[in-house]
Design a protein around this ligand. Structure first.
Ligand code: NAD
Length: 462
């Protein structure tokens, strides 16, 4: 079975069709995998300096096209201009970083008798099957593809349907500087994704928990990494700077309309017995209303549309559900009368930490304020979800910061900083149902895209 044709359209102007292409069939994926496998053999055999030069050329090509790529992101996935510019710059930086890593040591030697060399070397795995979401349409494909290529693999990239135009443009740019067949973009949906998993020697997936579970199952014995959703908590202690923290959290929760896996979705406020929770909730709601909303191409906008009608309706439904379960809407909760998939940034309070809207990912501009009595309860509430991607603590007390950071079940913990935000040169990943397999990005990427060969060379008589 092949997926229906892939269509992506501008979420701010849904009548603006960005791209429509047939989904890649299983047979076409197999052909692309064959070509990739042949290209990989030659690529891995090249001198490392040649691979580094090719990846640097890829960085140059992406840098030269950065304005065009920025505009394409704004149009196809509704990313606000300032964030789209940042992502285009990050795409270049990722390629430059991994171009250099090609020349890093590729293993270790171990103690051995004087006439023997014992070493463990890293070898590429073969064809890397990459399955990516739409929300970072250049950064995520590249933070997987760049290390895969750097360590001598070929790449089959199955982008999300919603960001197909970005992926196809990336394939053109990289295709100009990389050997034929080494990197192929195969547009499609779940079926194409499954076909990619079936052909790959190593799989890296980013997306929802539900799709990640299917990818993991299909991968079987093939090494697989899944980066999935979050329900990220930020804990605010009563000594935190109210207005500064509220402003940071407004951006963390609502920036890019909350469509980041690391967005803050729950703000756990520790009360001081003198009304701190209410004071903080008011300041937070005020900070959210000050955010620039509107068309993503406009300067100053940080909250554009969500990706689809379904995504908009999910935010509206979450607001109604919060009200229905005894909560109240502090700000937002409806959709403006305008073309496109816009929805007001929505904050709710008074819901139970176990309510669905505080347990599951809404993946839109929606966050819940949860009041608690002390730091221990804050930790219990923050950790009381099936996810564990990112968390944050806001306090002026270093001891509290370190203590809470240590107790939060999350792969990424930030102190006095937004949960959203990724450093491509540091290990990235979560715990519990947010992640499966080794970390990605930074030096950690090598563990997935290589296998260790332990080689003993005996100089003695055979
Ligand atoms: P999604 O799970 O719907 O799709 C992700 C990718 O998987 C797409 O390419 C999709 O076509 C493919 N896919 C879907 N079902 C599949 C299947 N059965 N087999 C193989 N491939 C399949 O997610 P999305 O809507 O594109 O992105 C939003 C989700 O991604 C959110 O849950 C978000 O938290 C998560 N996300 C996580 C990270 C992270 O690093 N942890 C980063 C960004 C987004």
């Amino acid at each position: 079975m092949t997926d229906a044709p892939v269509r992506s359209s501008n979420p701010a102007r849904p009548g603006d069709l960005v791209v429509e292409v047939p989904a890649t069939s299983a047979a076409e994926v197999a052909a692309a995998a064959d070509a990739a496998r042949a290209a990989q053999q030659e690529w891995a055999a090249q001198p490392p300096t040649a691979r580094a030069t090719a990846l640097s050329a890829a960085a140059d090509a992406v840098a030269a096209a950065s304005e065009e790529l920025t505009a394409l992101m704004v149009r196809e996935v509704g990313k606000p201009l300032v964030e789209a510019r940042g992502e285009a710059a990050r795409a270049v930086a990722i390629l430059r970083y991994y171009a250099q890593q090609v020349l890093d040591p590729d293993g270790e030697t171990y103690p051995a008798p004087g006439d023997t060399l014992l070493m463990a070397r890293r070898r590429p795995r073969g064809v890397a099957g990459l399955i990516t979401p739409w929300n970072f349409p250049f950064a995520i494909p590249l933070w997987k593809a760049a290390p895969a290529l750097a360590f001598g693999n070929a790449v089959l990239l199955k982008p999300a349907p919603e960001s197909t135009g970005c992926a196809l443009r990336l394939a053109e740019l990289l295709g100009d500087v990389l050997p034929d067949g080494l990197l192929a973009v195969v547009p499609g949906g779940a079926e194409t994704g499954q076909a990619v998993v079936g052909q790959a020697d190593v799989v890296s997936f980013t997306g929802s928990v539900a799709a990640g579970a299917k990818v993991r199952e299909a991968a079987g014995a093939v090494p697989v990494q899944c980066e999935m959703g979050g329900q990220n908590a930020s804990v605010v202690l009563p000594d935190a700077d109210v207005d500064g923290t509220a402003a940071v959290l407004a951006g963390a929760a609502m920036g890019y309309a909350g469509q980041k896996c690391t967005a803050t979705s729950r703000v756990v406020v520790v009360d001081d017995g003198h009304g701190f929770t209410e004071r903080f909730a008011d300041a937070f709601a005020t900070a959210v209303t000050k955010l620039g909303t509107g068309a993503p191409e406009e300067d100053g906008v940080t909250v554009g549309p969500v990706i689809s009608e379904r995504a908009r309706d999910a935010v509206l439904a979450a607001a109604r559900e919060a009200e229905g379960s005894g909560g109240r809407v502090l700000t937002g909760g409806s959709a403006p009368q305008r073309e496109g998939w816009f929805v007001e940034p929505t904050l709710v309070a008074g819901v139970d930490p176990d309510a669905r809207v505080a347990q599951e990912e809404v993946f839109g501009p929606f966050a819940a304020v949860l009041g608690v009595q002390d730091a221990d309860e804050a930790v219990r509430v923050a950790n009381g979800v099936r996810y564990g991607l990112a968390a944050a603590v806001f306090t002026r007390d270093l001891g509290h910061a370190l203590n809470l950071a240590d107790r939060l079940d999350a792969g990424l913990v930030r102190v006095n900083a937004a949960t959203s935000g990724v450093d491509f040169y540091a290990p990235f990943g979560g715990v519990k149902e947010s992640s499966y397999g080794p970390r990605e990005q930074g030096k950690a990427a090598r563990d997935l895209y290589t296998q260790v060969h332990t080689v003993t060379i005996s100089g003695g008589a055979a």
